[in-house]
Design a protein around this ligand. Structure first.
Ligand code: SAH
Ligand code: SF4
Ligand code: F3S
Length: 435
């Protein structure tokens, strides 16, 4: 009898990659992937708690499984990831959803097999949320699902404690993997045919293995073969000249940098504990642009941080105008229990935050659209990632991260394709393949 698993993933790339590790564990146990919870023998929720809506989303979907679980008592429901790792949350999940069979955290993903076996042997739910023990598990072999891209962790956890952020509490202290292991992993991925390697860490610039981050990047860029290198996320305070030099020197490293600024106001940046000023951020951007003029810079922005005044918000708009981001993720501040900012006075009313984010989104979109227009008639190289059924077109991104669509009668996934842009629609580009 075949057994099936279904994984539902929320949150960042880190979680997407961790779901690949969960899939690896389940497939090693003999489970096969299926496309809906109805067919599954085990459903795993890999959750996120970065903002309240991420949490609510997961809670809503776990709640929806209640009926299915009543019909299919043998089905195992597991909830893992960042959400249950928060203080008292595992108990909370257990009370709210008593039918959840397994609750695990971010530090014991590699124990999932034994947790499942334990559950199969007992009627009681299995709840296991260990604290960060500072270790790194190198045993899990991910079942990669995002060919031609492959995610590679370089660090886990975060030590920055930005005052609004829950990540340091749920992911533990920063740990760097050994450079030797990372390089070996990338080498074998390239040999297997992966065309884009994305190095992952909450703050890749503070990576400390046998090598520093720029040295690691340089070593990877020297691996033979045609492939792209990306990395995320860079914290502006640790973004160095040395890194700019390595990015400029190796064509394999995409001219694309995600550099979250969060706010343009110095007093808000200080309250956020970001440890740079808007001036220092702009200085880094100017240096980067001087050395790599075509570099696309993307960012994250938060509006409505406690105490944010109209002037503070205007400073954010000013900074966005100055940098001219290729794109940006914009968020309304969300209060996270246990963080410093949750205790701060002057929480900004929702209507004010909403009005601010609308203005910000408008500005960011207008910048993205004008950048799109510069693409018209140009020929760009994209790495074909997937086929879009709705549009009946293949799609892929250029080195700057911009998505391009084209028609082909052959399967182009995993190939570098040159396309000439014929049509621009907001953020998406449509072109025809050039031979
Ligand atoms: N380590 C990365 C990103 C972590 S989370 C970094 O430092 O950039 C991704 C983004 O979510 C952050 O950059 C921030 O903009 C946003 N974010 C984090 N906590 C938030 C909160 N409490 N409310 C709103 N947005 C938040
Ligand atoms: Fe959160 Fe700041 Fe760490 Fe990023 S650097 S994960 S925003 S604490
Ligand atoms: Fe969310 Fe955890 Fe990532 S809180 S953003 S899944 S590190």
């Amino acid at each position: 009898m075949k057994k099936f698993y279904h994984i539902i993933t929320y949150g960042c790339q880190m979680n997407v990659h961790e779901s690949e590790k969960i899939a690896g564990i389940l497939s090693e146990m003999g489970y096969e992937s299926c496309s809906s919870p109805e067919e599954a023998d085990i459903v795993v929720f890999n959750t996120c708690c970065i903002r309240e809506n991420a949490e609510n989303h997961a809670f809503g979907n776990i709640g929806m499984l209640k009926k299915l679980k009543q019909r299919r008592r043998d089905m195992i429901v597991a909830v893992g990831g960042c959400l249950p790792q928060q203080m008292n949350k595992a108990e909370n999940i257990h009370e709210k959803f008593p039918y959840v069979d397994i609750i695990f955290g971010t530090h014991n993903l590699h124990d999932l097999k034994s947790l499942i076996l334990k559950k199969l042997a007992s009627k009681e739910p299995v709840i296991s949320i260990p604290e960060d023990d500072g270790s790194i598990c190198e045993e899990d072999v991910p079942l990669r699902t995002s060919y031609p891209n492959a995610w590679v962790n370089i660090t886990y956890g975060c030590n920055n404690f930005c005052s609004y952020c829950i990540v340091p509490y749920v992911r533990g202290r920063e740990r760097s993997r050994s450079s030797e292991r990372i390089i070996a992993e990338v080498r074998s991925l390239v040999a297997e045919g992966y065309k884009e390697i994305t190095l992952l860490g909450q703050n890749v610039n503070s990576y400390r293995g046998e090598l520093t981050f720029p040295q690691l990047l340089e070593t990877i860029a020297n691996i033979e073969g045609k492939f792209r290198i990306r990395f995320m996320t860079s914290h502006p305070k640790d973004f160095s000249d040395e890194l700019i030099e390595v990015m400029a020197k190796y064509p394999k490293i995409c001219h694309c940098l995600h550099l979250p600024v969060q706010s343009g106001s110095d007093s808000i940046l200080a309250a956020m504990n970001r440890r740079y000023t808007s001036g220092q951020y702009l200085e880094k951007v100017v240096k980067l642009k001087a050395r790599i003029p075509d570099c696309a810079i993307t960012t994250d922005l938060i509006v409505g941080f406690p105490g944010e005044t109209d002037e503070d918000f205007e400073a954010t708009l000013d900074l966005v105008k100055k940098v001219n981001f290729a794109s940006a993720f914009t968020f309304v501040y969300s209060k996270r229990q246990g963080t410093k900012a949750a205790e701060m006075p002057d929480q900004v009313p929702e209507e004010v935050s909403k009005a601010r984010i609308m203005r910000l989104v408008e500005l960011v979109n207008s910048q993205t659209r004008s950048l799109s227009e510069t693409y018209l008639g140009k020929t760009i190289e994209i790495l074909c990632e997937d086929y879009d059924d709705k549009r009946g077109m293949y799609m892929g991104r250029d080195e700057y991260g911009r998505m391009g669509y084209f028609i082909s009668s052959q399967n182009m996934i995993g190939k570098f394709v040159k396309i000439q842009i014929k049509q621009v629609n907001g953020i998406s580009l449509t072109g025809s393949a050039v031979v």
